[in-house]
Design a protein around this ligand. Sequence first.
Ligand SMILES: [Zn+2]
Length: 301
Amino acid sequence: MYDSGLSLYKTRKWLLENGYVYRPTGLFISRGHLYALLRNPLYKGYIPFNGEEFKGKHEAIVSPELFDRVQARLIREREHEHQYLFDGVMKCEYCGRYITMELHKEKYIYYHCNNPQCKQKTIFTLEEYFVKQFLRAMKRIKIQPFQFKMFMKKAEDELYKVKFIAADTQEKLVIEQQTLKVNLDKMYEDKLKGVISEEFYVRKQAEFQQRLEEIETELDDAGNTTSGKGEDVLPILNMINNIGYYFETGGFHVQKALARLVFERVMLRGKTLRFKYALPFRYFVDNAEEYVTLEPTSSIK
Ligand SMILES: [Zn+2]
């Protein structure tokens, strides 16, 4: 199935749907397991030993040709799928080009400047080395106590304004509601007296009724905006304070997203990164110059 052009994901789905999966633990085969299965040379009649393959005595389940074709596609797709953590984030400080990434021996990721004219074109650095520098740069983001107080104060002020506006809106809505009710009663009397037609009454009554329902909803909304507190900003402030922690404990996608969110630009000089923090994070880095350089030997944690 995989050879017919389906993705690993779809092949897995097909196997499940057609009852080919017989793992004793249940009806589950992971994408990773399928990958390992497709990679196993046992199925073309070979036995892997010490990194080499020997022709086995057992019968091949698939032809060596099919097996090799599948291998080629797996490798191709894996390379295509492979994502680099800081792809499109770093620029070479000397020539200004984006840093290029390369996968070596299918597991080591090297970053380097690919510009043949660049003077740091021969410097290759492992991705892991940069992960540490990014982590240190993120851990420097800390909301200072005076900033904390300032934000809380601002939040309270804003909330006061919102409450004031909401109260004003509520008052207007209540007046409109009462006026509509009075008019509805008056219209009903007019209809009884024959001052207005039955048709006119029915049409107007429906209009008023609809507006009354809208007012009910708007009053609910206005009521809800007044229930907030200044402490509502605390989770946001805590989130900013914990950016480094999120980067340290997050998975690939979290790290990738944070690297793009927190920095406006990252320049590479030799093996050292120079960080320009994006707003608002720049406010929370103590003594931040335009670019912050963290020397590899520095003790800043
Ligand atoms: Zn360069």
